[in-house]
Design a protein around this ligand. Structure first.
Ligand SMILES: [Zn+2]
Ligand SMILES: [Zn+2]
Length: 390
């Protein structure tokens, strides 16, 4: 049942009241008609069943102040008979709907034969029938986790990635109600939509899941071909994930509402994207600082000089002071990771003496001359002291 059909109906005429009838008059008219046409009193009477559904539908709208107002406005705008292209607002209104129990008390639950009401209300208001709500309590969707792999530079600078995701989502063919398009689920007549039936055994009464509807409270006569009646189908979606600059390996990014769909109109779950950062062949990370180890020659350390060091954006010149120890760390300000909040890391350059594994004759002679010149210089005075003191 669509909103369009709804506009084409005359609910006031259905209940036999005037369009300015008071809520009390509407209620009285409805009680009378519902009682006369109730399926329990008219077994097998299709005409009565049709009338019963019609007055129930009419009452469902006219008994609700806000829905009656919307209905009246729609009729004013589009006339009472035209098809109209009217998209009814507030169609998802779940709370405060028409409660069957108000009118019938327990009557329907004793004998059964009360099918159809839930599907009218469910179709009309985009929710399951009032009684069905017990078995199909709204439930937030499950959180989903997925992984992405990014390279080191993307992790430092941030990235926007397309993410292809195969996950359960609300079936787009049936809108999640599981019924073939053009049909709707009906309330299970065995359990009146509660999903439970009572069984007495001796002095005890048991509740057990209804067998006819398998505890769902509703029955789908013609399942949706896409999702086979589950209301949820596996869809491949492409999402855009924004990876913030400075994301750490194994960090999770939350995409609110992108998890599995909720049940019964509840919130969907969240999607967590776990980020795996591939290591860089040269750079490392310490929080917001980038690190790099740069081999330097003994003479560069001993004599001092200027070396060129790569950064993620290009390169910088770095002055090595005379007499720098191997292993010393020089800091290049502002060449680390820049976070969105303004936090800024540095590039930490570790200088490491590189010893040639082979020497040509000229280099060997020069080094031997150097060794002679330094003969009096003890490179490890503390160690010598320790050795001699023994
Ligand atoms: Zn479906
Ligand atoms: Zn049932």
């Amino acid at each position: 049942m669509s909103a369009r059909e709804w506009i084409g109906k005359d609910f006031y005429r259905e209940l036999g009241v005037s369009s300015d009838a008071t809520p009390d008059e509407i209620k009285k008219a409805y009680r009378k008609l519902a009682k006369e046409n109730h399926p329990d009193a008219n077994a097998g009477n299709a005409e009565a069943e049709k009338k019963f559904k019609a007055v129930s539908e009419a009452y469902g709208v006219l008994s609700d102040t806000s829905k009656r107002k919307e209905y009246d406005e729609a009729r004013r705008l589009f006339g009472s008979g035209g098809p109209g292209g009217f998209g009814f607002p507030g169609g998802g209104g779940g709370a405060g709907g028409f409660d069957v129990g108000d009118i019938f008390g327990q009557a329907g639950q004793q004998q059964g034969g009360f099918g159809g009401l839930g599907d009218i209300l469910g179709g009309l208001f985009g929710r399951r029938g009032a009684a069905g709500a017990t078995a199909n309590r709204p439930q937030r969707g499950t959180d989903v986790e997925t992984d992405v792999r990014i390279d080191f530079t993307e992790a430092v600078k941030g990235a926007t990635l397309p993410l292809r995701l195969s996950s359960p989502a609300t079936c787009s063919t049936c809108g999640g109600n599981g019924a073939k398009p053009g049909t709707s689920p009906r309330t299970c007549s065995t359990c009146q939509g509660s999903g439970l039936v009572s069984r007495s055994q001796g002095a005890f009464a048991f509740s057990e899941p209804c067998r006819d509807c398998r505890g769902r409270g509703s029955i789908i006569d013609e399942p949706c071909p896409e999702c086979a009646g589950e209301g949820v189908s596996t869809r491949t979606r492409t999402l855009t994930v924004r990876i913030p600059p400075g994301v750490a390996d194994d960090q999770r990014i939350r995409l609110a509402g992108q998890g599995e769909p909720g049940r019964g109109g509840a919130q969907p779950g969240d999607l967590y994207v776990r980020v795996h950062v591939a290591p860089h062949p040269v750079f490392g990370r310490q929080n917001l600082d980038l690190t790099i180890t740069v081999p330097v020659s003994f003479t560069e350390l001993a004599l001092g000089g200027t070396i060129t060091v790569p950064t993620l954006e290009g390169k910088v010149s770095l002055k090595v002071p005379q007499g720098t120890a191997s292993g010393r760390v020089l800091r290049v300000r502002g060449k680390g990771i820049a976070k969105r909040d303004g936090a800024q890391g540095d590039l930490l350059v570790t200088l490491q003496a590189a010893i040639p594994s082979k020497l040509d004759d000229k280099a060997r002679e020069a080094l031997e001359a150097y060794a002679d010149a330094m003969a009096e210089h003890d490179p490890r005075p503390e160690i010598t002291e320790l050795l001699e003191g023994r």
